[in-house]
Ligand binder design. Sequence first.
Ligand SMILES: Cc1cc2nc3c(=O)[nH]c(=O)nc-3n(C[C@H](O)[C@H](O)[C@H](O)COP(=O)(O)O)c2cc1C
Length: 377
Amino acid sequence: MSKRKKLKMGAVLDGLGWNHMAWQHPEMPADASESIDFYVQQAQLTEAAKFDTLFLVDVSHVGPGNIPHYLSMFEGVSIMSALSMKTKNIGLSATIASSYGDPYSAARQILSLDKISKGRASLNAITSNPGGMVNFSRGHLGKEDQYPMNKEFMEILIGLWDTYEEYAFIRDKARGIYLDHRKMHTLNYRGEYFSVDGPLNLSRSVQGRPVLYTAGTSEKFIEHATSYTDGAFTHGETLEATVAVAGRIRKKLAEKGRKSEDFIIAISQNPIVGRTDKEALEKYMELLSLRPRNSLPTPLFFGSAKTVADQVQLWYESGAMDMFMIRQDHPHGQRDFMELVVPILQERGIFRTEYEADTLRGNLEIPKPAFRKVSAG
Ligand SMILES: Cc1cc2nc3c(=O)[nH]c(=O)nc-3n(C[C@H](O)[C@H](O)[C@H](O)COP(=O)(O)O)c2cc1C
C-alpha cells in the first residue's frame, strides 16, 4: 500500500461565515467581507499555521435570502492577488462560476495570479446556481446548460494553460530571439457555448498548471471532477455520508485510470473549539443569543481541542477527506482551531510543521502535469 499523505488543510476566507448573525458579534468587524485588513490578518494567521491554502467560495450576485455580508463583498481573484503580496508559501484559491465567467478571462486571471504568487494559485470552477446568469448576459440559459458549459469551460482552461511549452521564451537579447515559435500552440476550440482560438498570452506556470478544483455532490459533478480537475470540494451531512461521497469519487478516478493520491478531496466545516467542551459550548451559545430567530446548526466539529483533534483524525483516517478546510461562524473560530487543534495534529504526525515546497502542487503532493498538445496549432 502506498504511504498515506499527510492531511492537507485550507481556510475558507468568508470571514463572517455562512450564517446570518456573526456580523453582530462585538468582536467581528461587521464589514469583514470588504475589509482588506481583515483578509490580510486571516491570511497571515493561516500561513503561520502552515495551512496548504486559502480558499474563497463565491457568491457573485445578489439573490433572495442572501446572508447579509454577501450583499457587499470583494471579488475573489482581486483579493487573492492582494493576498499574494502579503504571504509567501500558502496557496491562493479563487472561485469562478463557469456559468457566469468567460474561460479565456478566467484562464488569464488565474495564470496571472499563479505567476504573481510564484506557483501558488488554484481555481475552483463551479457551476453555481443559474440565478446569476442574468448579470452575465446569459439570462436565456438555464440549469440544463450548466454542466455542458462547465465541461467546455474546463477543456478551454486546461487547453489555454497548455499554450506554451516550458522554455518557450528564449528572450535572447544578443541574437534577437524572443520566442521559440514551435513551442506556442493554438487551441481553436469550438463548443456550443464557448468558442476560443487562443493562444493564451501568458507563459507556462512553474507548477505546470494552476491547481483546478470543482465543487458539488452529484454524479455529473463527479464525472467532471474526475475527468478534468486536481481536486474536488464536496460535502456530506455526516461522517458516513462524506465517506460515501469520497468513495464514489475515488471509484470513478480508478475507473479512469487516475490515482486517488494524486487527487485532493476537500470538505469544509465550521468548528467551534474551546480549551474545554464547556468553553466551546459558551461560544456557540454566544452566537445563538445574537439573533435567535436565525438558527445555527450545531457544528459537527465541536468541543475541546482534543475532542476536535480526535474528530479531524477520525474523518481523515476514515477516508472522508484529503483536505480539511475550516470556515468560521465564531469571530475567533479559525484562530482557535489554529492555536488549539493544529499543534495536537502536528504532534500526532498528521499535519506538517513546515512547508515542504514552494508551489501549491508541491505542498499538496500532487504531480506537476506534463505539457499536453491539445491542438493542431
Ligand atoms: C462543497 C460545495 C461548495 C460550493 N461552493 C459554491 C460557491 O462557492 N459558490 C456557488 O455559487 N456555488 C457553490 N456550490 C454549488 C455548486 O456550484 C453547484 O451549484 C451545486 O453543488 C449543485 O450541483 P450538483 O448538484 O451537481 O452537485 C458549492 C457546492 C458544494 C457541494
